[in-house]
Design a protein around this ligand. Structure first.
Ligand code: DUC
Ligand code: ZN
Ligand code: ZN
Length: 487
């Protein structure tokens, strides 16, 4: 008797980080149950994916969902709106932060973020731990318990007065992570250099948004990147540098790799597609492009694209950090003439991340499609302990899939997006390729421009210990298409 499936996707071209397969996919109870040419059996739902590419659902491994900043502002999207927006752009897993502020218990912070997500999350999610107060109690008691509960990654800052930790504390965090098998993500910019530059700019009356990039020059990022690499070498533990913005940080990462150090790196579409000049928009519009580190120059974009193709950078996240342009929680919270220092940092990007990379990366021949999958799903799954449940298309994996129409043309506009924002930094950009159907644990959640599914369907993901990526390189040459045998 032939098998019965909940869902069969027929005639698609399945793409993973290493394979291109003409095959059907059988889904049962939320998992991929079969991959085969001309799959036999019946299904309650069948999707004809002729002419389409079937990719693993994306993992956005750095985003800020309903996060309260140290200045008391909350990011615009909750776990429902963020999840819907992600799904509409082909992403099925989110990894936001449970962000500690000084004096808070880390365990209590994580409980609060669980409360925010439960009953609201639309796609599956795990939590990174944002640590700004690494007391002995946090590192020796709370952290081990949270790691056992499936939060196996930690983010620290070298900048922002209320978040940054000193070198000695960084060493303590790295040492704790090493003993417990967690991975440390670092926002690396030299805080004093930024404060010094900022004071000079403000004194000279240079307060407009366009001075934000000048206040955070590459040398400030380069110094902090080098320093945290050195601290990680001293402790002998891998680290991941988040939102790497340009050439100078990349040079340090390349130097570390050549020394044999396990230094991973992440970048974001804004560093590949925007420049510092975007903050020069008329009036206060430049505030829409204030994020840190800032976008750099064209030459930095080119170097970043190269670093994606050659494996220097492993992960592309959105760093979705949505503060609306208007309103009391937004960019103009301190008025339309506020100095750049008072503008909340961050831009949205959950929904546009994959289509921008598909179009600008694969479409323009800067990266191949397997590298795209590795950078936007598989590598994050491995680094953050979700592989092979997430991040690939394989028998036994969760049926998280995005069915892409590689030919459809879309002009990005805020109107078409599903987040709670009132602007996108990518307004007017034309892309080719968009997911027509997104499937999360076997359930169609986005199809033909419609969102399906209810708040709370997303599940918390207990992450395992991070997986080593050494020896796992991006492909330089696409693999041949495999045609799988029939069943
Ligand atoms: N760092 C982030 O990772 N996100 C938003 C703001 C910031 O500085
Ligand atoms: Zn950061
Ligand atoms: Zn961030």
């Amino acid at each position: 008797m032939s098998a019965a499936y909940d869902l069969i996707i027929r005639n698609g071209t399945v793409i993973t980080a290493t394979e291109r397969m003409r095959c059907d996919i059988g889904v049962q109870a939320g998992h991929i149950a079969a991959l085969a040419g001309n799959l036999q059996g019946a299904a309650r739902t069948t999707i004809d994916a002729t002419g389409m590419l079937v990719l693993p659902g994306g993992i956005d491994s750095h985003c800020h969902i309903e996060e309260i900043s140290s200045t008391g502002l909350t990011t615009a999207d909750d776990f429902y709106a963020g999840g819907v927006s992600a799904a509409a752009g082909g992403t099925t897993t989110l990894m936001p932060f449970a962000a500690q502020q000084r004096g808070q218990s880390l365990g209590a912070v994580v409980r609060e973020y669980h409360r925010r997500a439960e009953g609201r999350a639309f796609v599956d999610y795990g939590f990174h731990l944002g640590i700004s107060d690494p007391t002995q109690e946090v590192l020796e008691q709370e952290l081990p318990a949270l790691i056992r509960q499936g939060c196996t990654s930690v983010k620290i800052y070298t900048t922002y007065d209320t978040l940054k930790i000193a070198d000695r504390q960084i060493l303590d965090v790295l040492d704790a992570a090493k003993r417990m098998g967690a991975i440390v993500m670092v926002h690396a910019e030299n805080s004093d250099a930024i404060a010094w530059m900022t004071a000079r700019l403000l004194q000279a009356g240079k307060t407009a948004p366009r001075f934000h990039p000048e206040s955070r020059p590459q040398v400030a990022e380069r110094e902090a990147v080098h320093r945290v690499i050195a601290l990680a070498e001293l402790v002998d533990v891998p680290i991941l540098l988040v939102h790497v913005s340009g050439r100078e940080a990349l040079e340090q990462i390349g130097w570390a790799r050549n020394r044999g150090l396990k230094v991973y790196a992440e970048t974001c579409p804004q560093y590949l597609l925007l420049t510092a000049a975007d903050t020069c928009k008329p009036g206060f519009e430049g505030a829409k492009f204030i994020f840190s580190p800032p976008a750099r120059e064209k030459a930095d974009q080119e170097e970043l694209w190269r670093s994606l193709a050659n494996g220097l950078v492993q992960v592309i996240s959105s760093d979705h950090s949505p503060y609306r342009y208007q309103g009391p929680q937004g960019k103009q919270v301190h008025g339309p003439d506020a100095p750049f220092t008072k503008v909340p940092n961050g831009i949205p990007g959950l929904e546009t991340r994959l289509p921008l990379l598909f179009s600008e990366g694969v479409g323009r021949g800067r990266i191949d499609i397997h590298t795209l999958v590795a950078l936007t799903a598989t590598n994050a799954a491995r680094i953050y302990g979700l592989y092979p449940r997430k991040g690939t298309v394989a028998v036994g994996s969760d049926a998280d899939l995005a069915i892409w129409d590689p030919e459809v043309g879309v002009t990005i506009s805020q109107e078409m997006l599903h987040d709670r924002m009132d602007y996108t930094a990518f307004e007017g950009m034309k892309v080719k390729g968009w997911p027509t159907i997104t499937i999360s644990r076997g359930e169609i959640v986005w199809s033909g421009g419609e969102v399906r599914g209810s708040p709370g369907r997303g599940q918390f993901l207990r992450c395992d210990r991070p997986m080593d990526l050494s020896g796992y390189r991006c492909l330089r040459k696409p693999p041949p298409t495999k045609t799988l045998g029939e069943t």
